[in-house]
Design a protein around this ligand. Structure first.
Ligand code: UDP
Length: 470
């Protein structure tokens, strides 16, 4: 049925720009290179202006349809983000069933793809005879942790941060328990149980597509890409990073970069949702000023209660400039530029004036930095960002990590020191060299000329197999 039509894929990105951006890139490659058409099924809960602009700018072979809003009002006001974005898919199952059934009737639907919080929807796809796949918008270290989590949960009696030794995942740099995925830090919180639940669901996929590449995580890649009887095949298809985003309206920061010397500017951004505390915002501002280095800072209003206060909106609450130290903008205007909330990150990282990236280590930001050969300073906030920071600073050696005080705040002297070191110091040279090597490897992995790079070939094989369905 419908076999004459182009193969169609339904994709369910769970709320969050960090989930939508790379899965949209996957959709674009499948559409433009492999002849698929795609329907995105999105959540009303994440219908922010940023998401709308992003979806509107996608090619016409990619449609989108929105699920009706779900009730989340019964949850406590302090429910974790992970709980909210786990419950939204679960409570959307009846609506999802009718959308998928409809697509099955009207298109040549060959697969359903959900991401790391969407495993609960696999059953509906199966019920309708559509093979479910998982898109994993993070790295093999996190995937490996998730695949071990049910066993870890069953065999560990304490909080992971109290484990006597760092956790050794096969082929990964050891991770102290306190640096593990944020929702794993309190085992009595509902968000923890959700993660264990998702981890079990991962095994039910027909395949897991991971946004990483073998040269970035060579040892883990060797282990996880080997077929194992009790696990779905794991395909490395990255780095899939944003391309062809809508023209930037406010490019004052790009014009400013045009006037700066090559490789001289540190870009500072905490992803789509990250926020700092008031105190930390002051320390960062003072540290930047003390360093005397050029900087471009995408700033949000601070939040003292949570580090992901802008997760659903990707915009700042109130005027972020009001929280900067007195006179800061005036004193730094020759060296720095501060933009509210959102910067055109890909263009900034691609700009020749950008020489460093102080980042929250979100996986998309990390891959974007690698694609442009920009070394990093790690400033993890939530989700799996602390694990990424350990991997990037101790394993990959692409990044430097500042030391925080006992109270968790990173002081201005340390910030000034590490910023100077990255931009002008010996260690900065080393991580810069490593960034260039990784950039070359990343570009090679997704090269689609001739024989193509490893990730490109892997995705082509997955696409060929999907086309054989029906
Ligand atoms: N981003 C951007 N401008 C900003 C902040 C973020 O374009 O000011 C984009 C960034 O390029 C990346 C995504 O938003 O593609 C953030 O994803 P990431 O995984 O790094 O972090 P998350 O937002 O999920 O924490």
């Amino acid at each position: 049925k419908n076999g004459a039509q182009s193969p169609h894929i339904a994709i369910l990105p769970t709320p969050g720009m960090g989930h939508l951006i790379p899965i949209a890139e996957l959709a674009k490659v499948l559409a433009t290179r492999h002849g698929f058409s795609v329907t995105f099924i999105t959540f009303s809960e994440s219908a922010s202006p940023a998401q709308k602009a992003f979806l509107d700018a996608l090619p016409t072979t990619i449609n989108s349809t929105r699920l009706p809003p779900v009730h989340l009002t019964d949850l406590p006001a302090d429910a974790a983000i992970e709980t909210l974005i786990s419950l939204a898919p679960l409570r959307s199952i009846p609506a999802l069933r009718s959308i998928l059934a409809d697509l099955k009737n009207t298109t040549n639907l060959v697969a359903f793809v959900a991401d790391l919080f969407g495993g609960d929807t696999f059953d509906v796809a199966r019920e309708l005879g559509v093979p479910p796949y998982m898109f994993f918008p993070s790295n093999l270290m996190l995937l490996s942790l998730m695949l071990h989590l049910p066993e870890l949960d069953a065999t560990t009696t304490c909080e992971y941060r109290d484990l006597p030794a760092p956790l050794e995942l096969p082929g990964c740099v050891p991770i102290p328990g306190a640096e593990l995925l944020h929702p794993l830090q309190d085992r009595s919180n509902e968000s923890y149980s959700w993660m264990v639940h998702h981890a079990r669901k991962y095994r039910e996929a027909d395949g897991i597509l991971v946004n990483t590449f073998a040269d970035l995580e060579p040892e883990a890649a060797k282990i996880l890409t080997q077929r194992q009887p009790d696990l779905p095949p794991i395909h490395l298809v990255g780095p899939l990073v944003q391309t062809g985003q809508p023209a930037v309206e406010n490019c004052a920061c790009l014009s400013w970069l045009d006037e700066q010397p090559s490789g001289s500017v540190l870009f500072i951004s905490f992803g789509s949702g990250g926020t700092l505390t008031c105190e930390q915002t002051t320390e960062l501002a003072c540290g930047l000023e003390m360093s005397g280095q050029r900087f471009l800072w995408a700033i949000r209003s601070p939040s003292d209660s949570e580090s992901n206060a802008s997760y659903f909106t990707a915009t700042s609450k109130g005027d972020p400039f009001a929280y900067l130290p007195e006179g800061f903008l005036e004193r730094t205007k020759k060296l720095g530029m501060v933009v509210p909330s959102w910067a055109p990150q890909m263009q900034v990282l691609a700009h020749s004036a950008t020489g460093g990236f102080l980042s929250h280590c979100g996986w998309n930001s990390t891959l974007e930095s690698i694609m442009h050969g920009v070394p990093m300073i790690c400033w993890p906030l939530y989700a799996e960002q602390r694990m990424n920071a350990v991997m990037l600073s101790e394993g990959t050696k692409l990044a430097m990590r500042p030391k925080c005080r006992e109270d968790g705040v990173c002081g201005r002297e340390e910030i000034s020191r590490i910023v100077k070191e990255l931009m002008e110091g010996e260690q900065g040279k080393k991580v810069r060299g490593r960034a260039r090597d990784l950039q070359a490897a990343a570009v090679k992995a997704i090269d689609n000329h001739g024989d193509g790079g490893a990730s490109c070939k892997t995705l082509a094989d997955v696409a060929d197999n999907l086309k054989k369905i029906n």
